[in-house]
Design a protein around this ligand. Structure first.
Ligand code: GCU
Length: 615
């Protein structure tokens, strides 16, 4: 009898191993059904916490306790076998922490920890590389959304913006809002609020007003009525995310009004319900046409600082250009002092090999926090990399970026290595031989990407539009210059790079004094941002004595070697640690990545070589 039970167990375990397709993410716990959970409190959230622990926790007893003396809303304390929190969401976060084997006090740094989905209503996803949207309007897969909510709750994410920042006005029509309500009802017990991106001209686009001028009374009224309708359906609705007067989107500028006029009108509509407006600073090519693109956000928003309502938050990408593999931080964070700021990170790898490259993004995000203190920020948003692909993110290792975003949103002091280790153990195995090697590879993967794509501060030399692969020679006369790679590197027979120092566009002056001085001086500017800030002769001597051209060749070559290391390690050394399907899928993608890294190196060095070797 015993033997039968054992062989049955081994058989199912083996089947489970084979069946791994990544859908379970980092939540691969096997049911043990052992723990008894005691609690006096009750709510749908607490029921979920209880169920998670009773099903998966390996200990005997757990007590869940609501404790009004806890210092914040979402934090928790795990002491012995008791989890305490002020709110039920804190108990749920604590339950997931306990399942990960984490104890003690833990409090989130940011109150707003949001995913931004760039999902369109037709199911497509802007810059999405993992299949169609999980939000299937009018035919919602409730279980899928529940799984999504659970994954988010397990890492502390507490808000989801459901739709693309290039928003369709239709999202605000009643049939869609009823669907939004259904999603909100599923996410709520997991501590997640729903937010929407809105099109600034919605009332006009829907034919309900004649204008979208924010100072027009009928427009303001329309938004107030709309807010009322939303909150009737979704009492805890979070608020709006707005992309206005940016890349063709409508905005207050269309009526000679400022961003503050626009944001405040919406803020007033949401205020009675405690809603917020997240107003994006990603603007260029409108009011400050012709100015260095990386300067335009500060030029536009600094004069407005202090003019926003208190429920407006400015949301800005980490860098001043557009989610490049390496950018300096955005100087908005030095310049906007009276208005709350949020940072927008991009989890989906638009410019980092999409879902074909293994690039672990936590080191890049940590670099941002080296310069911008979390205490300056009210919240953090991550542009999601989630779609209907079975493994959610297209690449199994892209799941690590979703995970890392959540963990850093909770605690930006965690090291990228700590997060990688946690994720590897949960997602694959805790065998040290696997974890140690893969931690090293993950940690170097972002630097590898920078090197094989755009070392030494090069930027925006991607193939037009889809942004996968190199196009350093890109120039299309009919496009704005800011979309053409040649504008960004300006290579000629003497030099390469964009002079943003005081002798050039003076973008360096937008930074706080010590940083401005550091970037402005070619001697003190970090070499990994050299060509971002300076125009440099090919023969310029780098710190190690090599010429700029030699260094550029070295960096491209090294980037490829790093990917070769990643690929050979996975291919020859990791097979025994990983179930067949996931091993094979990662292996195939690494082969793709290596091919693409070589293409980057060859195309870029051939192109730049035409100039550099004319010396
Ligand atoms: C990038 C991206 C667009 C996106 C935009 C934004 O430019 O390529 O697809 O809409 O950023 O953040 O608004």
């Amino acid at each position: 009898m015993k033997r039968i039970v054992w062989s049955f167990f081994i058989l199912t375990a083996a089947m489970a191993l084979q069946a791994e397709d990544g859908h379970q993410l980092w939540l691969r716990y096997q049911p043990v059904n052992k723990a008894k959970v005691v609690t006096e409190a009750s709510s749908p959230t607490i029921s979920i916490a209880k169920q998670e622990l009773e099903t998966y926790y390996n200990g005997e007893n757990v007590t869940l306790k609501l404790d009004a003396t806890m210092p914040d809303d979402d934090g928790y304390r795990i002491e012995g076998s008791t989890i305490s929190a002020r709110r039920d969401a804190g108990l749920l976060y604590g339950a997931f922490a306990l399942l990960r084997g984490q104890y003690g006090d833990s409090h989130p740094t940011f109150n707003l920890r949001l995913l931004n989905h760039w999902d369109n209503l037709d199911g497509s996803i802007e810059r999405g590389y993992a299949g169609e949207s999980i939000f299937e309007w009018f035919k919602l897969d409730e279980q899928l959304i529940r799984d999504y909510a659970r994954a988010n709750a397990s890492i502390g994410i507490n808000g989801s913006v459901l739709n693309n920042v290039n928003a369709s006005p239709k999202i605000l029509t009643t049939p869609y809002l009823k669907e939004v309500k259904k999603i909100a009802d599923i996410l709520r017990p997991y501590g997640i609020k729903v937010y929407l991106s809105i099109n600034f001209a919605s009332p006009m686009a829907l034919g309900e007003t004649k204008t979208a001028d924010p100072l027009n009374k009928s427009v303001a009224k329309w938004w107030q009525k709309k807010a009322k309708e939303i909150y009737k359906l979704i009492p805890d609705f979070g608020g709006f995310l707005v992309k206005a007067n940016s890349e063709g989107q409508p905005g207050p500028g269309d009526y000679n009004r400022t961003h503050a006029d626009g944001a405040n009108m919406l803020a007033d509509a949401l205020k009675p319900f405690n809603g917020i407006v997240m107003w994006r600073c990603f603007v260029y090519g409108a009011n400050h046409k012709g100015e260095d693109r990386v300067k335009q956000a500060v030029s536009e928003f600094k004069p407005l600082d202090g003019l926003f309502r208190d429920n407006v938050i400015l949301q800005t990408k980490n860098g001043p250009l557009d989610f490049q593999p390496r950018e300096p931080y955005s100087p908005i964070f030095d310049q906007i002092k009276k208005t709350p700021n949020m940072v927008e990170l991009q989890i989906t790898q638009e410019y980092l090999g999409q879902s074909r490259h293994l690039v672990y993004l936590a080191p890049m995000w940590k670099e941002f926090f080296d310069y911008v203190s979390p205490s300056q920020l009210k919240g953090i948003a991550g542009v999601a990399n989630i779609g209907k692909d079975r493994n959610w993110c297209g690449h199994h290792f892209s799941q690590a970026n979703w995970y890392a975003f959540g963990r850093l949103a909770w605690n930006p002091d965690l090291s990228s290595n700590t997060i990688a280790e946690e994720w590897l153990e949960l997602t694959f195995t805790n065998d040290k031989r696997f974890v140690d090697s893969m931690m090293r590879l993950m940690e170097m993967s972002r630097e590898a990407c920078v090197k094989y794509m755009m070392p030494l501060g090069l930027h925006h030399i991607f193939k037009f539009d889809h942004h996968y692969g190199p196009e350093p020679d890109g120039f299309i006369a009919s496009y704005p210059l800011e979309w053409c790679p040649v504008y960004y590197h300006k290579a000629n027979n003497d030099s390469i790079g964009f002079d943003r120092s005081h002798t050039g566009t003076n973008a360096t002056s937008q930074y706080r004094k010590d940083i401005a001085d550091m970037y402005d001086n070619i001697e003190t500017c970090p070499e990994d941002l050299l060509l971002w800030f300076h125009r440099v002769p090919w023969t310029y001597k780098m710190k190690d004595g090599s010429t700029l051209w030699e260094s550029l060749q070295f960096e491209y070559q090294l980037g490829v070697i790093m990917v070769e290391t990643m690929q050979t390690t996975w291919h020859y050394k990791m097979r025994n640690f990983v179930d067949e399907q996931r091993w094979r899928e990662v292996d195939e993608r690494l082969a793709d990545q290596l091919q693409n890294a070589r293409e980057w190196r060859d195309v870029c060095l051939n192109y730049f070589g035409q100039f550099a070797t004319k010396q």
